[in-house]
Design a protein around this ligand. Structure first.
Ligand code: SAM
Length: 331
């Protein structure tokens, strides 16, 4: 007969989950995934290339094998296909800097028990604070997650061949959408609305891409800044809806509908959950992060987006998977 006695292994792994964050972030801080990709395959080779202790390199390798990001065969360590695609530095969709950023957020999780009791942030509010320096670390780290979404949206909307289009990116952060789309379409122009220090980061990054002459920034709070009327062909609202409550999202979507020309398209990208809140896994966890950091945010369901966009005057709402997010295309 099979032994059906539950094992503590999975619960031990989950309770100690913060070590996964720490190990991945420390490995990324010392470019271990990049060194593994470039052929280092033992603790001593990694220690030498990363200029860290061999004892430290061995501990990180043990941890990375444990979390399934590194394979060990006949004494040689190698990145798994996932680590190779998403943790090696220099690749556009690399999550290495996001991993490092998350290490700095770990302490705030200690507030969660109190946060769930009161139903919102108890210390260090993030989302509702103007010009919060918090965003400067976030926007470059999160840009890698917007690369697949921006690339897919460009394909779906045929942006490269769309001619002299005008784009509005609300809360554009690093300017990743403008950067990718202006590179793809040399006749397009983009305007980004964000806090002043963040716009400065975006301007610098777009200058590095050689497209800053077609990129304009507006400094300010998107809740109170006028978006204009019938001025844009495409608008973007990426990784913002989760920090806002339903009323604010409907209000912003309504003003974005007005800012679009007839036939214009709104591109929303976010961690969207299934209507019955049964998945996907990461968006479900991210709801707690929004509880910790925002007064009204959460991860919203597809049906929420559909309802809000319809109320805002959009007639067609389509969903496309763009892991780890979902693209919502509204016309
Ligand atoms: C999570 S980042 C997303 C950046 C970018 N859209 C992306 O998907 O890569 C959120 C952005 O919204 C901006 N933001 C948040 N609240 C804002 C507000 N009230 N007014 C203007 N910008 C805001 C932040 O400065 C930051 O750049």
């Amino acid at each position: 007969m099979m032994n059906t006695k539950p094992s503590p292994d999975n619960i031990m792994r989950l309770i100690n989950g913060y070590w996964a964050t720490g190990i991945i972030a420390a490995a990324a801080s010392h470019s271990l995934f990049t060194h593994l990709e470039n052929g280092a395959s033992t603790a001593s080779q990694l220690a030498h290339r990363a200029q860290i202790s061999e004892r430290g390199a061995q501990s990180l390798l043990d941890g990375l094998v444990s979390v399934g990001l590194v394979d060990l065969r006949e004494g040689q360590y190698r990145n798994t296909a996932e680590a190779s695609a998403y943790l090696v530095e220099g690749k556009p969709a690399s999550l290495a800097s996001f991993a490092r950023l998350k290490m700095t957020h770990m302490g705030s999780v200690a507030d969660l028990a109190e946060v769930v009791r009161v139903g919102g942030p108890v210390a260090n509010p993030v989302v509702e604070v103007a010009n919060n320096p918090h965003w400067e670390g976030i926007v470059t780290a999160i840009a890698a997650q917007s690369v697949p979404a921006a690339t897919l949206a460009a394909e779906l909307l045929g942006l490269a061949e769309a001619g002299e289009i005008s784009i509005l990116d609300v809360g554009g952060g690093s300017g990743i959408y403008s950067g990718i789309w202006l590179e793809a379409n040399p006749a397009a122009r983009a305007t980004q609305l964000d806090w002043e220090p963040i716009n400065a980061v975006a301007r610098r990054l777009l200058a590095e891409r050689g497209v800053a002459d077609r990129f304009t920034c507006v400094n300010g709070d998107f809740h109170t800044t006028d978006f204009g009327t019938a001025q844009y062909d495409v608008a973007v609202y990426s990784h913002i809806a989760h920090q806002e409550g339903p009323e604010s999202n409907i209000e912003v979507f309504t003003r974005l509908r007005q800012a679009l020309r007839p036939g214009g398209t709104l591109v929303v990208n976010d961690y969207v959950v299934d209507d019955d809140r049964s998945g996907p896994a990461f968006p479900l966890v991210f709801a707690s992060e929004m509880l910790l950091k925002s007064k009204k945010g959460s991860t919203w369901r597809r049906s929420d987006y559909h309802e809000w966009l319809t109320k805002a005057g959009f007639e067609e709402v389509l969903f496309h998977s763009a892991p780890p997010g979902t693209l919502v295309i509204a016309r």
